[in-house]
Design a protein around this ligand. Sequence first.
Ligand code: GLP
Length: 244
Amino acid sequence: MAGPSVIVLDDYETLSRAAADIVQEVVAASPSARVVLAMGETPMGPYRELARRREMGAFDASRLVVFQLDEYVGIRPADARSLYSWAVRSFVAPLGIPLENVVRLPADGADLVPACAAYDRVVEEAGGYELAILGIGMNGHLGFNEPPSDASAPTREVLLSAESIASSAPNWGGREHVPRRAVTIGMAGLLRARKTLLLASGARKREIVHRALRGPVTPDVPASYLQQTGEVTVLLDREAWGEV
Ligand code: GLP
């Protein structure tokens, strides 16, 4: 297998436009594609660029079906700190996608185990995801698939790592307020996506990016499984790759 195609862009602006180009190509080929949507800082530039193109009348994503990648447990979707409401603010509303087209993770119910299993079954029966837009955590996680997570990990409830709690803290007014548990789409579903776009920006991601793309494939770096899956494009800015 050829492995991921790694594209290093000059800076974050260029990365954002390149990512928007790829999303636009997918939507042109498949207007009602099922798309997994990461939150976090990295994809915000691409999402803003897509919204700008829509405003110019150059992009119509209104038929996409959007799947949230991860969610804190016990948070109501309407809570401004939920990843669902961040997805609505940053992608769904600016692109004019109806809320009925957003598929929520089962993160606020009582019985998460059967709910997550049912979720995976429904997605599988629908044919899986056509595009997964992903970022990478400082510990190599995808979504909230914290290390160790192997390629077969299903959609499930997880305990957040210290790294994830620290990186969520600014949105919660401090670490002590960040929920300890989350639901994430599992590795198995993500790795079966027809196309994957992995985005990383900035020098702080450099070490984990190299471990994920060039290091051994291991549950200790969940993103390393992308070395073994189908069509993966990795967009990095120069800072995230280092000297080339
Ligand atoms: C978070 C999210 C991931 C996200 C990653 C990177 O913890 N669960 O889905 O991709 O960390 O975030 P950022 O882009 O802000 O660095």
